[in-house]
Design a binder for this molecule. Sequence first.
Ligand code: PEP
Ligand code: MG
Length: 314
Amino acid sequence: RRRERLAGIHGLGRTSDGHPVALLVNLGAAHELAGAAAADAEGVGLFRTEFLYLDRAEAPGQDEQAAAYRAVFDAFAGRRVVVRTLDAGADKPLPFATAADEENPALGIRGLRTAARDPQLLETQLAAIAEAAAGSTADVWVMAPMVSLPREAAEFAQRVRAHGLRQAGVMIEVPAAALRADRLAEVCDFFSLGTNDLAQYTFAADRTLGALAELLDPWQPALLELIATACHSAADRGRPIGVCGEAASDPALALVLVGLGVTSLSAAPGALPEVRAALRAHTLAECWELAELALFADDAAGAASAVRARIGER
Ligand code: PEP
Ligand code: MG
């Protein structure tokens, strides 16, 4: 039944009244590349580059990185690839990039913060991305993880553009970044909401602790409110704003995110058909209504059940 229902729904993400929502895949390991490239998607919304750096004593050099990026850009020729620069630290420790003696690594020197400590690490990566992009038809966008200040976004964008790369963005995964997205939008080209970390930092709840699942639920209205704030700021400046965290893979929540103003959704390839089908079955105005229902709920369970009940009625 499920397969029958989804068969025949292909192509660009859009609502039933034609509002476009780019559907993209997350990519985080070399063995996922073939499956990701074969997916019916407009490109890669989150290329996690950490896998290149894992299990090593030192960072890979520019040539080796460029070859790995070229493989991805070739597989996505003509499509968008959003490359995220190294997100070391916290749940992704690396001996050469992160300190072993931090008491609270999730609140420590991680993501873009490691670049302040070791500028060459980011420099080599940007040079490798630029080298691979130069010989490719992929539409290469580059973004930084764990940005919290407009200054960080401005400096990152400047470094990206110095390498001839045109689209420089930041992840919004710290509440400060969502709250001040208006300022961030002045200095970079696009946003990507990392709902996994944004939930963790909004609720002060370790994302790896199963016991805190209720706090980390992406239906939490406080999380949705931060997303709405960031979306308003992005729209004011005409900046694309995607979701690349796990929230994008729930079809009902995807409708809410689109209603809040999200312009693209990036998820595992297997999650996209259901998300695409949900979009095609609802108008943008219906997504606005669903977003309102979720925002005005008292808690995550209430938001999810109100939205699911409304969708079921239709
Ligand atoms: C996120 O934080 O939501 C995200 C997409 O990045 P990661 O899961 O790699 O931290
Ligand atoms: Mg993250």
